[in-house]
Write a protein that binds this ligand. Structure first.
Ligand code: KIV
Ligand code: ZN
Length: 549
């Protein structure tokens, strides 16, 4: 094999870990239906392996792996475990319904992991790893082994571990730069060393899993590919532990755009990169920075006159990727109230949204409200409306009907809300606060009475101009609905968002979104524990019929 990896299979497998490592981002908690929806889009894009969760870590993760295993038939579905019997058994159980199940087990290989975290010796850790692979093999044929913190390990020990786990039956060996410490030169050399020093490496696929602590996750992943790795572990928008993981969109587009440097094959529908990025951002509440490569809102914006002139004369003067290739919508197309249902449906389909009739009607209704206030509705307004109205993968227990607010520099901010409850009864209440948002949140709390703490609040204008639609994203923290009683001390974060021409109304919607999500999560865990559902609660399946293809 030469330095570019030629000599081994040149097909790249995309392993997406948005639902596992990505979901470990602080506050990114997703419910089962949201995970299934993301998995459907990943399957449609051509992802080869979906890491659906860490089944032993929580009942929610277990259920997510179980549901995704049943629903997604064209990808390998992978469940993470530690090198422990109970983890491996839980993963095997959760993966039972999968067409192509994979258990991903492993443990640390750096001295700090072996000695301080695992409190064992190199020999002891190697034996644990081999035993884990043997046990996993009793349940599934496809076993992936992760050598945690490989980036900081002694390569000679790493080679020994890899040889032993491949002999024990590992089909894929994952080389993580867990702490994002290595440079591309070092990481490339590590993979090259593995390719030439592990005698049975031809019996396994080498996978790379890079974190972004020094901003080098994508570069390291690509260096891995150049040196023989054939599986890339990535997340949508690069979300993940701490500074995140290598991002799906960056790795895929680097491989496609620079085939001259990376002579590999990758079957992938890149036109879904932008829609999946928006979906993940909206469901996790983690915004995409405007200057994010490939899918940021400025990634294809040319602001200087010289650049605009150049692009108008010839697009490739300043663009190395055609925005259409990654599904970035043509922002020139705007709609008005006169566009009608047909025009709206057509535009939504162009943007990748295929909604069932009920969801479409909700979106149409909101569209008319916005069009009435704004006259023209831009692509980004439409995306905000869809994410508010059609991407709710939980049952709304409380519905906000009206908000009324009075405030000013010489008055006490006071809010009145009208909310329809699960019993169909309408509740009206009012309260005052330090500002209009505080007053609204207090008034909502008087009706819903769900203890929580607001930990993050942000407002952005979605489009330009005084009549822009504003979007509010919030995070609230509450007693963990899975561990139940709050005595466990567990806290879960729920994000919520809301869009409206009036930012105070958007703030109220965002709070209602997060509260309803919290209530739905608690009901779901009660259902899983076999407790009867309270009156007025419906199945979450009822809320998930539309899909973003
Ligand atoms: O970063 C890491 O090492 C991981 C492993 C569990 C694969 O996420
Ligand atoms: Zn990781």
């Amino acid at each position: 094999m030469d330095e570019s990896g030629v000599g081994i299979s040149n097909r790249i497998i995309v392993f997406d870990t948005t639902l596992r490592d990505g979901e470990q981002s602080p506050g990114a908690a997703l419910n089962v239906e949201e995970k299934v929806e993301i998995a459907r889009v990943l399957e449609a894009m051509g992802v080869g392996v979906i890491e659906a969760g860490f089944p032993i870590s929580s009942p929610g993760d277990f259920r997510a792996v179980q549901h995704i295993s049943r629903e997604i038939r064209n990808c390998t579905i992978c469940g993470l475990t530690r090198a422990r019997r109970e983890d491996i058994e839980a993963a095997a159980e959760a993966l039972k319904g999968a067409a192509n199940p994979r258990i991903h087990t492993g443990l640390g290989v750096s001295d700090v992991h072996v000695r301080s975290k695992l409190r064992t010796t190199r020999e002891g850790a190697l034996e644990m790893g081999v035993n884990a692979v043997r046990l996993a093999k009793q349940y599934v044929d496809d076993v992936q082994y992760y050598a945690e913190d490989a980036g900081r390990a002694d390569p000679l020990y790493l080679y020994q571990v890899l040889e032993a786990v491949i002999t024990a039956g590992a089909t894929v060996v994952n080389i993580p730069d867990t702490t994002g410490y290595t440079t591309p030169e070092e990481f490339g050399a590590l993979i090259r060393g593995i390719m030439s020093n592990v005698p049975n490496i031809d019996r396994a696929v080498v996978s790379v899993h890079c974190h972004n602590d020094l901003g080098m996750a994508t570069a390291n992943t690509l260096a891995g590919v150049r040196n023989g790795a054939r599986q890339v572990e990535v997340t949508v928008n690069g979300i993940g532990e701490r500074a995140g993981n290598a991002s799906l969109e960056e790795v895929v587009m680097a491989l496609r755009t620079r085939k001259d440097v990376y002579p590999v094959e990758i079957d992938f529908d890149a036109t879904r990169l932008y829609p999946v990025s928006r979906l993940v951002s909206s469901l996790t509440g983690i915004p995409v920075q405007p200057n994010k490569a490939i899918i940021g809102s400025n990634a294809f914006a040319h602001s200087s006159g010289i650049h605009q002139d150049g692009v108008l004369k010839e697009r490739t003067t300043y663009e190395i990727i055609n925005p259409r290739e990654v599904g970035v919508p043509d922002s020139e197309i705007i709609l008005s109230a006169r566009s009608g249902r047909h025009g709206l449906r057509h535009r939504l389909a162009e943007l990748g949204y295929h909604l069932d009739d009920a969801k479409f009607e909700k979106v149409y209704h909101r569209f008319l409200q916005v069009a009435d206030k704004k006259k023209t509705v831009e692509t980004r307004d439409l995306e905000a409306i869809v994410s508010d109205e059609a991407e709710k993968f939980f049952t709304e227990t409380y519905h906000l009907e009206h908000v009324q607010i009075s405030c000013g520099d010489h008055s006490i901010p006071t809010a009145t809300v009208r909310i329809k409850g699960p019993d169909g009864e309408v509740h009206c209440d009012a309260d005052h606060g330090t500002g209009p948002v505080d007053a609204i949140y207090r008034a909502i709390n008087r009706v819903i009475g769900e203890p929580n703490e607001l930990i993050e609040f942000s407002i952005e204008a979605i489009t330009e101009g005084i009549d822009a639609v504003g979007r509010v994203t919030i995070r609230i923290q509450a007693a963990d609905p899975v561990n139940g009683d709050g005595k466990s001390g567990g806290r879960t974060v729920f994000s919520g968002h809301g869009a409206d021409n009036d930012i105070i109304v958007a703030s109220a919607k965002a709070y209602m979104f997060a509260l309803n999500r919290l209530i739905a999560a608690r009901r779901e865990s009660e259902r899983a524990e076999g407790k009867p559902a309270p009156a007025g609660s419906a199945s979450p399946a009822a809320a998930q019929s539309g899909s973003q293809a």
